[in-house]
Design a protein around this ligand. Structure first.
Ligand SMILES: [Zn+2]
Length: 294
């Protein structure tokens, strides 16, 4: 597998241009193309885009990188513009959440699901600036590790309450740092596991993922449904120890591509397994720190 990450910031505070360029990574004109690329995972965040290729074939990777760096065709952009229009009609819950948090942090008029008129020259200029081969990070080839001592202080920027679709979410926002990003990811995963265990195996309830963590270029947030806050702040010590021990024994657990990719884009390095382990082993302490902020 290959994981390709590219820094693609918002354009004039909108994500339309980086989004449409990410869509143009597919130019599927035949059944053969479809089976080669049609099921790959491509995605666009608020400051980077990523492309996951299932293959281990380096020639397919080279061809894909070549396609990404080629100027997207006008017809393809027009075609994908119609797709994005339809995509934006039905934003997912997490996208609605992003919009609301973004408005709190940066700019009131922000809309992650805004569709623009096609401005071909602007799309081309943006593509030329960011889709250079040198800017494309292939995790399997380009990974670099952070070597400094970890700074594990969680610095809360602010907390807010947001209503979406009759739900209330409590959002804890932190200043971006490589350690905070991994710590928040661990805490979010721990809370999810605990909520899942409790609702599914103790309370006869179906469970959907509940705490959501994500990052913007400057901030990291974790969002918890207000109905789950009591449970989330009462995770027992033995559950936390089981979580830590179990994950220390899993071979792949510490290799989180999403985390490594966004760190490589933002900092040009990521945490080594030793540093990730250090954070995992001390998870109880960081969890206690977070719940003291609830
Ligand atoms: Zn899309």
């Amino acid at each position: 597998m290959f994981h390709i990450y590219i820094y693609t910031p918002l354009y004039n505070l909108w994500n339309y241009i980086p989004h449409i360029i990410e869509h143009c990574a597919y130019n599927i004109k035949s059944e053969k193309d479809f089976f080669k690329y049609g099921n790959e995972e491509f995605w666009n965040s608020t400051y980077y885009s990523y492309f996951i290729l299932e293959t281990n074939d380096k020639s397919i990777l080279a061809e894909f990188i070549e396609n990404l760096s080629n100027t997207p065709l006008k017809e393809l952009i027009q075609y994908e513009h119609c797709i994005i229009k339809k995509e934006n009609k039905h934003p997912e819950y997490s996208q609605k959440l992003i919009n609301k948090i973004w408005k709190e942090l940066y700019w009131k008029k922000f809309n992650f699901n805004q569709t623009w008129k096609v401005l071909y020259s602007k799309v081309l200029n943006y593509h030329k600036k960011y889709y250079k081969k040198d800017n494309m990070i292939i995790l399997e080839n380009n990974i670099k590790y952070y070597t400094w001592k970890l700074d594990t202080k969680l610095k809360l920027h602010k907390n807010i309450k947001i209503n979406i679709e009759k739900e209330t979410e409590l959002i804890y926002i932190f200043k971006h740092s490589i350690e905070t990003l991994f710590t928040i990811y661990l805490i979010s995963d721990l809370i999810d596991n605990f909520l899942y265990y409790n609702s599914r195996f103790k309370n006869k309830e179906y469970f959907r993922t509940d705490s959501i963590y994500w990052d913007f270029e400057d901030y990291i947030y974790i969002s918890i449904d207000i109905n789950n806050i009591k449970l989330s702040e009462n995770i027992n010590k033995s559950f936390i120890s089981e979580y830590i021990n179990n994950n220390l024994n899993k071979k792949d657990y510490l290799s989180n591509k999403d985390f490594d990719g966004s760190c490589m884009v933002k900092y040009w390095y990521t945490l080594s397994n030793e540093h990730k382990k250090e954070l995992l082993i001390n998870l109880e302490k960081y969890y206690a720190k977070l719940i003291s902020m609830f």
